[in-house]
Structure formats: C-alpha cells, structure tokens
Design a protein around this ligand. Structure first.
Ligand SMILES: [Zn+2]
Length: 72
C-alpha cells in the first residue's frame, strides 16, 4: 500500500534526513521525499497499519530534524 503525505521542511538536506528516518521505521517498505513538492510518498509493508506506522515515522523524523512536520 502506498500513501502520500504533505510535509514541511526547510531544505533538501533535511528532506533527505526525513527520508532516511522514514525508511528505517518498522512497517515502512520504502519512502521517497520530494522537497520541491513538499511531499512524502510512503510504501507500507504488507499488513502494516499506515496510521500507526506514520506516528512512528513522524517521531523518528523529529529525532533527526525537530523543525520538520508531516501532515497526517
Ligand atoms: Zn535544513
């Protein structure tokens, strides 16, 4: 399952950090962050609950970049 989320982040470097943090979150199969469009496309593992997984993704992204936001 794939879902797209609107994000807020200040630069391409931090967008990359968010992408890495999301990829390292349990339940996430793959993640691509598009800084120009301020969008995060997340592919979830089979059976993962996107709502629960995205709470962890947000937490992990805030760890690497506290000035970012994901609009869930
Ligand atoms: Zn930055």
């Amino acid at each position: 399952m794939k879902k797209s989320y609107k994000i807020d982040v200040d630069c391409a470097n931090c967008a990359n950090k968010m992408e890495e943090a999301a990829k390292n979150t349990a339940g996430v199969k793959d993640c691509v962050v598009n800084f120009m469009a301020l969008k995060m496309n997340v592919e979830f593992e089979d059976g993962a609950d996107p709502k629960a997984v995205m709470q962890d993704v947000l937490k992990n992204c805030k760890k690497v970049e506290d000035d970012c936001e994901i609009f869930l």
